[in-house]
Design a protein around this ligand. Structure first.
Ligand code: PMP
Length: 449
């Protein structure tokens, strides 16, 4: 055993040593090729090894890589903020740069609370969220995350933030069926607000399409319209966490654009830099900034590397690349192709209970009993098994389980880079088909089904 080294996700597991990447493919030092079918953690949106981005990073690093945001601003950071203001919905015109999605949601939490404090309202300190959600790993972000697996060790340290049932029709937490339910999950939001008292709640945070905690769960029509109405009625800010869904991933620039809703705060990460540098952002509305401007004039957050010119330049270059290559449209078109192919697999394998998603954020949920949507036993680790079979077959897919009520919910994400071609989509589907066949053999031979 090594006596020094990096701490790996599973300490003594061995991971292939990656030598380089090109487009949607990654290569290890032994020459094995992997299709990055999940864009890493739904991040490498423009694919690997894009020279234009490397060139911009090199040029920027030569000019100036770092300035501290309390001393200076920089052209790349200003340009990126302006660009985001022009792209985001409504009056989301002000960006606070951070370095990870968790920092972006933590900042959103603080900005929301500060917005009310600046107006002399000190009771609004809770953030409402949903079960089956993930907003980050730091304690504030985790306090807002309805993700049992990640919370349970630290539950004593977490803020007592309330959470409401997710709009998860396939496994409705309210045991209801759409449209007969008439969006009871949204009514639950109102019920929770009244119970806790709107005077205690600063904001409601949600992933427009639930990603890591549930596998591309798309709420039913009308849900967000109702949510927005309820939040506005009780003076509760809306925070759209687009860390995973933003920057074209779902076939629109932001997932919330599918519903035409204008949130008060939006968080971005992952695809913002497409993985070329660490970068994330909290984008805030005029309304909020105007209040802070009239008050303390300081947004009480920040990190050493916030708004560093190197990362900002990389993000600007990524956005230009996306525009030149028309990648949002490609995500929509290839996403449709991918989802149709996944639906065929749903027909073919009885344990593929549900496929769903938008654009290139697709989910596949495995169940023991397709008729009743009953999950596999947690100890069978069926989702993990599929991921490892795919890995051995050269296809990377992403786990999206553990967020439901414990560890169950064997969902995975298939979310290749937005540059994926039709041929590559079929390649992904072919490997997935073979892997599901292998999984079936495993389920039968080990007596699980
Ligand atoms: N919010 C969402 C919606 C996410 O999917 C993630 C990461 N999976 C985060 C926040 C946290 O981002 P990071 O891992 O960069 O801290």
């Amino acid at each position: 055993m090594d006596k020094t080294g990096i701490i790996k996700p599973v300490l003594d597991a061995s991971y292939p040593m990656i030598s380089h990447g090109e487009g949607i493919y990654l290569y290890d030092e032994n020459g094995n090729r992997y299709i990055d079918g999940s864009s890493g953690a739904v991040t490498a949106n423009i694919g690997h090894g894009v020279e234009e981005i490397a060139d911009v990073i090199y040029e920027q690093a030569k000019q100036v890589a770092f300035v501290y945001r309390s001393h200076f601003t920089s052209l790349p950071a200003e340009k990126l903020a302006k660009k985001l203001a022009s792209m985001t919905p409504g009056d989301l015109n002000w960006t606070f740069f951070v370095n990870s999605g968790s920092e972006a949601t933590e900042t959103a939490l603080k900005v929301a609370i500060q917005y009310f404090q600046e107006q002399g309202i000190y009771t609004k300190t809770k953030i409402l969220s949903r079960w089956t959600s993930y907003h980050g790993i730091t304690l504030g972000a985790l306090s807002m995350s309805g993700h049992h697996m990640r919370r349970e060790r630290f539950s004593e340290l977490l803020e007592d933030f309330p959470a409401v049932p997710a709009p998860y029709c396939y496994q409705c937490p309210l045991q209801n069926t759409y449209p007969g339910c008439r969006l009871q999950c949204a009514d639950e939001l109102e019920r929770a607000i009244e119970q806790i008292g709107p005077e205690n709640i600063a904001a409601f945070i949600f992933e427009p399409i639930i990603g890591a905690a549930g596998g591309a769960i798309v709420p039913p029509p009308g849900y967000y319209e109702k949510v927005k109405e309820i939040c506005d009625k009780y003076h509760i800010l809306t925070i759209a966490d687009e860390v995973m869904t933003g920057m074209g991933r779902t076939g629109k620039m932001f997932a919330i654009d599918h519903w035409g809703i204008e949130p008060d705060i939006m968080t971005l990460g992952k695809g913002l830099s497409a993985g070329y540098t660490p970068m994330a952002a909290t984008v805030v509305s005029d309304r909020i900034i105007n209040v802070i401007r009239k008050g303390s004039r300081v947004v009480m957050s920040g990190h050493t590397f916030s708004a560093n010119p190197l990362s900002a330049a990389a993000c600007c270059a990524v956005m230009e690349y996306m525009e030149q290559q028309n990648l949002v449209q490609n995500a929509e078109e290839q996403g449709e192709r991918l989802l149709n192919g996944l639906k065929e697999l749903e027909q073919k394998y009885s344990f593929v209970g549900n496929v769903r998603g938008k654009g290139l954020l697709c989910g596949l949920e495995l169940v023991n009993d397709a008729l009743n949507h009953a999950p596999f036993s947690v100890s069978d680790r069926v989702g993990e098994k599929l991921i490892s079979i795919c890995f051995n077959n050269g296809l990377i897919i992403y786990p999206a389980f553990g967020g439901v009520t414990g560890y169950e919910g064997d969902a995975v994400l298939i979310s290749p880079p937005l540059i994926v071609t039709s041929f590559q989509v079929y390649e992904i589907l072919r490997i997935l088909d073979e892997s599901l066949q292998e999984l079936m053999n495993h389920l039968v031979s080990s007596g699980i089904v």
